[in-house]
Design a protein around this ligand. Structure first.
Ligand code: AMP
Ligand code: ZN
Length: 115
């Protein structure tokens, strides 16, 4: 199958979302992959990563609106699967260095599980 999205060289989340690392993928579809954060500072910390390389929220275009809603819908489903839907959780996009972003490939953090 031909890949619809081109990879950015030296981008870790391009590599993970294109299956080029041994990362355990918890959920995937044509648009996105979900995996555990390597450095969890909460009981549940999942990352939702589009296969398309988009640097940050600042770089989203109108045609990315479908991707964005798929990220959020996937997060809602995984929150339920991981037992934090009722207790609650945070969905966070860090945007650029001042916003705490260190990996410049768009991703949504799902953080929860304290209660
Ligand atoms: P951000 O600060 O928003 O760019 O978030 C990047 C996140 O990716 C951090 O929470 C890191 O712990 C996480 N991370 C970095 N490398 C990996 C990896 N190889 N597998 C899973 N998560 C990672
Ligand atoms: Zn990338």
């Amino acid at each position: 199958m031909e890949e619809p999205y081109t990879m950015e060289s030296d981008c870790l989340f391009c590599k993970i979302s294109h299956g080029q690392t041994p990362t355990e993928i918890l959920f995937e579809n044509d648009t996105l992959v979900v995996f555990k954060d390597i450095n969890p500072h909460a009981p549940v910390l999942l990352l939702f990563v589009p296969r398309k390389h988009i640097r940050s929220v600042n770089d989203l275009t109108d045609e990315d609106q479908g991707i964005l809603s798929e990220l959020i819908v996937a997060a809602k489903k995984m929150a339920k699967e991981h037992g934090v839907a009722k207790s609650g959780y945070k969905l966070i996009f860090n945007v650029e260095r001042g916003g705490g972003q260190v990996i410049f490939h768009l991703h949504l953090h799902l953080i929860g599980g304290w209660h």
